[in-house]
Design a protein around this ligand. Structure first.
Ligand code: MN
Length: 149
């Protein structure tokens, strides 16, 4: 486990450059952190190009097909943040408790600008999941996250 200060000291990495985007078949880690902040949410973080690309979901990630969750893209986080659990103090951004909800590895079955298909190998999330951007053109946008039938 790392201290919040370690993470904050490093600052947020900038968006990935050329060649650091998602790649089909690449095996990478993922984590879902349950975050009891002022708004309870779940942070999905996928290792892409050396950082954790991140989405915040206001509702619990779906285990079964047929349930679509809103996933709002948020700032990239350092890879080390995948192991973070603990309390972000009052007054800090994201104040509240963070605990690991799921984690494991995944690989991309396919990658398009607005649609990623991920084969998840987590403790809870298993099988093919889709991230679908529904407002193309915005760098950080609104996505849907759901298990493929
Ligand atoms: Mn969060």
């Amino acid at each position: 486990m790392m201290a919040v200060e370690d993470y904050r000291g490093r600052g947020s990495p900038k968006a990935s450059g050329k060649g650091a985007g998602p790649k089909e078949g690449a095996r990478s880690i993922f984590v879902v952190q349950e975050h009891l902040a002022s708004r309870h949410h779940w942070d999905l973080r996928l290792e892409i190009g050396g950082v954790l690309r991140s989405w915040a979901m206001p509702k619990e990630p779906p285990l079964a097909p047929g349930i679509r969750r809103l996933a709002i893209q948020t700032n990239d986080h350092p890879l080390e943040y995948a192991d973070f659990e603990g309390n972000i103090p009052e007054g800090e951004y994201g104040a509240g408790r963070v605990k690991r909800w799921d984690g494991g590895t995944y690989e991309f079955e396919s990658v398009h600008d607005n649609k990623y298909v991920c084969i998840m190998k987590g403790d809870r999330l298993k099988g093919a999941y889709v991230l679908l951007r529904f407002r193309p053109g915005k760098e950080k946008g609104m996505w849907l996250f759901f298990r493929r039938k």
